[in-house]
Design a protein around this ligand. Structure first.
Ligand code: ZN
Length: 490
């Protein structure tokens, strides 16, 4: 038997009161039509084990995550935390709901605001000694998606036990709510009774109905934690309750999700790749930034490398060069990278009048907008040269860096790559120059080293997501490091 039998209990509603007058157990298998089996009681469905710690693993209703359009995986691995989960491209409220739960678990475990970390020592400790976060997408039908997050503290860590919840995302309204909202509050009691019965138990103990979902047939799946001494086993048990029986207990939302259960998933509009959701308060991020281009001889090659490696990056282009090679600036933008303003002719802005500074900025913004269709939203001053007058005159957020590779000076990867690797930390912005072949030639090696160290390589807007960048303010990195900007409330 590769498929678990579905325990189905028939109930009868009579004069508004619910009475279980008969219990029929239908043993369904994947290959057979429903069979009525005169078993004299419900079949106990023993616990479905905790889902495998692989985001690609089979979902509990046989769906494959890769079939959920727009889903992409995230991973967190350190000596204290192990996590895998998925976001869904464009599903802003769903991703935010996942983040709230992840951060609550991480903050609760660390006893404060969690800070993303990378371990210099590879995490080889067993999962039982780490906080384990496991997120999965368990159902997608029509405009509705149901995602689950399981958090398991390390063995012996009080209070112990795995917590698991599901949330329901509606790509039509853009809302995400706890799955408890699928069921009418007054009908939680009969749902609890039915669930206990389906487990083959006579308990009336209330159940935490925080993990509800549907299968493709519209049956309601209820997953609950069970613990000794109430039952002989501990862990989670899942029961699948027939669509028709649970329907009277469903809210309007619950019925809409049920009605759409068999439909193909209708994902929301995707975000542009440069803005795709990633949470740099949870995972370690770093930003590759390339100044002084575009250059015909080197930039197109760098773009291909970045795309090949799946790395985000931000280009601070010189307006004159952008005006000369708008096709490259457009290629940067179209490939999902962000483009910032690096002035028109690369002067030291401290030596210019405010009017001349403003002219350097506005001419460059126009050139970039002409090339990409979008005006840049931040700038970087040549030579890092700023003072109070310049900050006021540029009228845009100023993106600095926290790691200076000095690639232009050494022109030697044996020097600038170790410089970067020794200085990078979560939230860093790395400064390089895409006009030097000695830089571009070795970016695949650098990217591999950063990714192997645990960094997610993101664009400037991704790095500062959740932080409103202010004109004239300087931003060097994200987080609580020296000179960095933490996100609000963390
Ligand atoms: Zn420069």
């Amino acid at each position: 038997m590769s498929h678990l039998p579905v325990t189905a209990l028939a109930s009868v509603r009579r004069a508004g009161t619910l009475a279980f007058v008969a219990i029929l157990v239908l043993a369904l298998t994947s290959a057979c039509a429903p069979v009525t089996d005169p078993v004299p009681g419900p079949v106990q469905q023993t616990g479905i084990p905790v889902p495998p710690r692989s985001w690609m693993g089979p979902l509990n209703h046989g769906q494959n995550l890769s079939a959920v359009a727009g889903a992409y995986p995230m991973k967190l691995a350190s000596s204290t935390v192990s996590g895998t989960w998925a976001y869904v491209d464009g599903a802003t409220s769903f991703n935010a709901a996942m983040d709230r739960q992840l951060l609550a678990a991480l903050d609760g475990y660390t006893g404060g605001a969690y800070q993303p970390a990378v371990d210099t020592v590879p995490a080889t400790r067993p999962d039982t000694s780490r906080l384990t976060l496991f997120g999965s997408l368990v159902h997608a039908g029509g405009k509705f998606l149901i995602g689950r997050l399981q958090t398991t503290p390390p063995a012996g860590h009080a209070p112990g036990g795995t917590i698991e919840t599901t949330v329901v995302y509606d790509s039509g309204s853009g809302r995400t709510v706890p799955s408890a909202e699928l069921v009418v509050p007054a009908d939680r009691a009969p749902l609890t009774a039915l669930t206990w019965s389906a487990f083959g138990e006579n308990f009336t103990t209330s159940l935490s109905l925080t993990d509800l979902s549907f299968d493709k047939a519209g049956n309601l799946t209820v997953t609950v934690p069970v613990a000794a001494p109430l039952l002989s086993d501990t862990g989670f048990r899942t029961v699948t309750l027939p669509a028709a029986i649970v329907r009277p207990w469903l809210t309007v939302l619950g019925r809409r999700v049920q009605d759409a259960a068999a439909l193909p998933w209708r994902p929301p509009t995707r975000d542009s790749k440069a803005l795709r959701h990633i949470n740099c308060d949870i995972v370690a991020c770093a930003t590759l930034s390339y100044d002084d281009g575009p250059a015909q001889a080197t930039t197109p090659r760098l773009l291909r490398m970045l795309e090949h490696a799946g790395a985000g990056a931000t280009f601070f282009v010189v307006g004159g060069a952008a005006n000369y090679s708008p096709n490259i600036v457009k290629a940067e933008h179209d490939a999902g990278f962000t483009v910032g303003n690096h002035t028109w002719s690369h002067p030291d802005l401290r030596r210019l009048s405010p009017a001349a500074v403003a002219d350097q900025i506005s001419r460059t913004n126009k050139a970039i907008q002409a090339a990409t269709g979008e005006a840049p939203t931040f700038m970087r001053p040549p030579y890092g040269g700023v003072n109070a007058l310049v900050r006021r005159a540029v009228g845009m957020p100023i993106i600095y860096w926290s790691v200076d590779s000095l690639d232009w000076l050494t022109r030697d990867p044996a020097k600038y790559i170790p410089t970067i690797m020794s200085q990078v930390s979560p939230g860093a912005i790395i400064l390089e120059h895409d006009i030097h072949a000695t830089t571009v030639d070795h970016q695949l090696q650098l990217i591999a080293e950063l990714q192997r160290a645990g960094y997610n390589l993101v664009t400037v807007p991704q790095l500062f997501a959740g932080i409103t960048l202010q004109p004239g303010q300087m931003y060097s990195c994200r987080g609580h490091g020296r000179g960095c900007t933490p996100s609000p409330g963390r």
